[in-house]
Design a protein around this ligand. Structure first.
Ligand SMILES: [Ca+2]
Length: 151
């Protein structure tokens, strides 16, 4: 079940600075589910709404997505946008943070998606890695067109 595909992206993307928010999700991505038929993990970080990563299988508890923001930094929000695959949002999620990608501790947030754009706020914490674990289930695939993290 677990295909720990990791890809490094070299671009760095910033936007929304007028709101003192900065996208920091561009980095190494690992997904704990099989890639969906060419919907590779890098697609969730490429800044293109029309490209997506997808699970390629029905959404199920235990599937996960891990993003490396590139450095330890204060994080307080993530967004997962399933874009045009509007029904592929996470039915349930837990968010974990880590400074080293090894030790994760307790979930900093949990909840249920209700639409294509899932925004998750949590108390600011210094971390480098973000892992989202699926806790829901659906006949739909889990797709993320764009994943972002904010300080
Ligand atoms: Ca994309």
């Amino acid at each position: 079940m677990v295909d720990r595909r990791v890809q490094r992206l070299h671009q760095w993307r910033e936007f929304g600075r007028r709101r003192d928010e900065r996208a920091v999700a561009d980095g190494v991505v690992g997904v704990g589910v099989l890639d969906g038929r060419g919907d590779v993990p890098a697609n969730m970080l490429d800044g293109v709404a029309g490209s997506r990563w997808s699970s390629g299988v029905p959404m199920a508890a235990g599937q996960s997505v891990t993003v490396d923001t590139g450095a330890v930094r204060s994080l307080a929000r993530i967004t997962m946008d399933s874009g045009g695959s509007a029904n592929d949002y996470a039915r349930g999620y837990q968010v974990f943070l880590s400074s080293d990608g090894v030790s994760w501790g307790s979930a900093v947030a949990s909840g249920s998606g209700t639409g294509a754009l899932v925004t998750v706020d949590f108390p600011a914490q210094n971390a480098r890695y973000v892992k989202v674990v699926q806790t829901g289930a659906s006949t739909s695939w889990w797709s993320i067109a764009e994943f972002n993290a904010y300080g």
